[in-house]
Each structure stands twice: as C-alpha cells, then as structure tokens.
Ligand binder design. Structure first.
Ligand SMILES: Cc1cc2nc3c(=O)[nH]c(=O)nc-3n(C[C@H](O)[C@H](O)[C@H](O)COP(=O)(O)O)c2cc1C
Length: 169
C-alpha cells in the first residue's frame, strides 16, 4: 500500500482536467487516477492517501457517478487513511450551494474513519452558503472554472505543496 489514489467524478470534463493537472504536479508514478464512472470499492484499499474530487451538480448534489456510488462508501474502511478533497463549482450561479458536494462526501468519509487533510481558506471567494465550510474553512480545495479559471493553476500549486507536507510524500 503506497502512493495516492485520486478518485474523481466529472460530467462536463472540468474536474477531470484538474485531476490530470494534479496527477502531473504530484508525479504520474505517485498518483493513481480513477474515474468514478468505472470504479470498484476495493480499489480504495490500494492506497493509504486519497484525494477525492467531485463537482456539485443539480443545486447542491453530488456529481452523478459519485451519487450512484455513494451507498457503496459504507462498505469501505477509511480508518487510518488521510483524505484530501477538491471540487469545482460555480459561486456566482449557485451561491447558496457552492461546493456542497465536497461537504457531503467529507462528512460521510470522515464518519467512516477518514482523516481529512488539505483544508483551504475561503478568502478570495464570494458565496452565501456551502456545506463544504467547517470552522470557517473549506474542507478541501475549491475551484471555480466558471468564474475564476485564471486562479486555478496557482491555487492548485499552493494546495499541492501543502498536501505534500500533510501526506508526507
Ligand atoms: C445544472 C447545473 C447545476 C449546478 N449546480 C451547482 C451547485 O449547486 N453548486 C455549485 O457549486 N456548482 C454547481 N454547478 C456548477 C458545476 O459544478 C461546475 O460547472 C463544475 O465545474 C462542473 O464540473 P464537471 O465539468 O467536472 O462536471 C452546476 C452546474 C449546472 C450546469
């Protein structure tokens, strides 16, 4: 068991592009990339460090592949695993539900024993409500390709250097 498993869902491809960017930043030999459209629960057991990536869809809901997989999370043992989260969302069009999917997944996986790493400041974002905010911080990296795509590359680089320390890779 080594390396980092990055498990992502993506309907229109924005989260997928960033998942590939993150794999490049951390190293292809370090990160195993898994599209939730085609994942077995046992694949999570191959890693002690996980990155979970999900955009929010349909006003506060999980992306469809994550939504379909959600009941199967109960059968996975996340104890002893460090889990980082990132998502894409639209803080202007969906200001009352910005990044909700990230909060839904983080809450569930934490209940199942996962230890969250990679918290991210809400500075620089404008929204009303988000299930992804705990104690004043996002539970993971929030990216907005619809309104702030020019900030994505720098946000990813900063978050990755933070993650390297927290994962110890
Ligand atoms: C119908 C629809 C509903 C959406 N609902 C939300 C939402 O509730 N919260 C949010 O932050 N973003 C929402 N978004 C924005 C998407 O999350 C955003 O475009 C995301 O980057 C799409 O990721 P993907 O291309 O990887 O599927 C919505 C977009 C659409 C078209």
């Amino acid at each position: 068991m080594s390396g980092i498993g990055l498990f992502y869902g993506s309907t229109t491809g924005k989260t997928e592009i960033i998942a590939e960017m993150i794999q490049q930043e951390l190293g292809e030999e370090v990160v195993g990339l898994h599209n939730m459209a085609d994942v077995e629960g046992s694949e999570f057991n191959d890693y002690e460090n996980l990155i979970i990536a999900c955009p929010t869809w349909n006003i506060g809901e999980l992306q469809s592949d994550w939504d379909g997989f959600f009941p199967e999370l109960d059968d996975i043992d996340f104890s002893g695993k460090k889990v980082a989260y990132f998502g894409t969302g639209d803080q202007v069009g969906y200001a009352d539900n910005f990044m909700d999917a990230l909060g839904i997944l983080e809450e569930k996986i934490s209940e199942l024993g996962g230890k969250t790493v990679g918290y991210w400041s809400t500075d620089g974002y404008e929204f009303n409500e988000s299930k992804a905010v705990r104690d004043g911080k996002f539970v993971g990296l929030a990216l907005d390709e619809d309104n702030q795509s020019e900030m994505t590359e720098q946000r990813v680089k900063t978050w990755i250097s933070q993650l390297k320390q927290e994962f110890g890779v």
